[in-house]
Design a protein around this ligand. Sequence first.
Ligand code: HEM
Length: 453
Amino acid sequence: MTDQPPIPFVKGVPFLGSTFAFLHNPLGFLRRLQKQYGDQRLVRIQLGRRTVTVLLKPEEAKYVLQENNRNYGRGRSYKVLREFLGDGLLTTDGDYWRRQRRLAQPAFHRQKLAVLADTMIDEAVAWTGRLQAQDRTRPVDVSTVLTDVTLRIVTKTLFGSGLGNQTASLSQALNELNHIISQTVLNPIRLPSWFPSPANQAYEKASKQVNDLITGIIQTRRQDATPHDDLLDMLLRATDEETGEGMTDAQLLSELITLFTAGHETTATSMAWTLYLLATHPDVQTRARTEAQQTLGTRTRFSADDLRTMPYLSQVINESLRLYPPAWAMSRLSLGPDTLGVYSLAADEGVLVSPYILHHDPASWPNPDQFDPDRFAPERAAGRHSYAFLPFGGGPRLCIGNQFALLEMTALLGQLLTMFDLTSADTTAAQPSPLITLRSKQPIRLYLRNLTI
Ligand code: HEM
């Protein structure tokens, strides 16, 4: 190991290294690194007091996320999230994470998802109905309408439709909690959690409300032998093959809040980008609509099977996830020393895997900024490295909700395209803003014109 060269290091400015350059424009900064250091495959930068190794090629991403994943734990950003989400799938590591993942995985199997897909389709139909009833001479802010529908879908698929008037209060409380978490995680000046600041007090209040509501739901369900077609039911029934034990109420609570948080804004964000791309590429929109219309035929509602049989729509979604991956960066910490390609990596080093950077590498994606769904046509995708496209991460920590998200997006897109023509209300191009997820800097506003008129 000692013969190996150190990873190329970007010095930046004295004491602060690349901190300001990165914070000022993270995506621009990372793309400059890619241009300058792409041939070396990785590069180390200084962020604050720590150094971070940025992986610039899919081979190293695969190595860290999959081949030697046991040497890489959750990075620092997950430690902050853990304060809020507790010990859930997203924030834990090691044996604890492995057991929770084993318990939760069956809830996301194909047949189980087919049941949840029906809920998604019902919600997609209701959503387009609400859009149709709106005043459509004015543009629609897509983030608002998508947050609304993805919230409904995640609440219903997690907790079922039997919550009655609790559905609205739960959804509202969880959304508020989610909002406070995002604001706090992104704020560089964080007061300790015991300090009675307005943000900490708002968090305490929302968190207590969510915990009380979900704990109440869990306890009611534990007394109820009737099967429910929702994720909570599947998680409640899950037992560990080795010990025969299931999850405690506290574990269920953390996993439910995690699934809600991880599964809601990501999907709303990528749907917003997809609608924007379709509105600004009318030829792609027409082709996607034709496929959706032909699949639907004379029916008014898609079936769960239909959602897996629209290859062009799936190419469109993939290309949108390539250009604007909601999880634009994933952080890891090396647990022990390692060898990355020809370089040596020390223990306790930050490692950054950025889907955004790998998705814009010209070596894998010629003209990387161009929207071209045919890149995902089987003949063009053949031979591409499997980690050149990783919107859902990879290896054992691959997003547990990836198929859920793709089904949901297909249901919403398919339904929307069969009813409306989409055009952009703005002349300037939308710019990505890397917050916790990769949102658009400006609101995305579209006109929805009724196709039948
Ligand atoms: C377009 C939508 C989505 C995107 C782009 C996305 C992306 C990701 C990525 C990149 C990871 C891996 C993070 C890492 O390894 O550091 C992840 C993990 C995770 N996602 Fe998603 N996700 C999406 C939707 C969902 C949905 C719908 C759910 C649940 C219903 C969900 C639940 C989770 C959970 C629980 C994890 C942690 C898995 C583990 O480590 O075992 N995600 N997601």
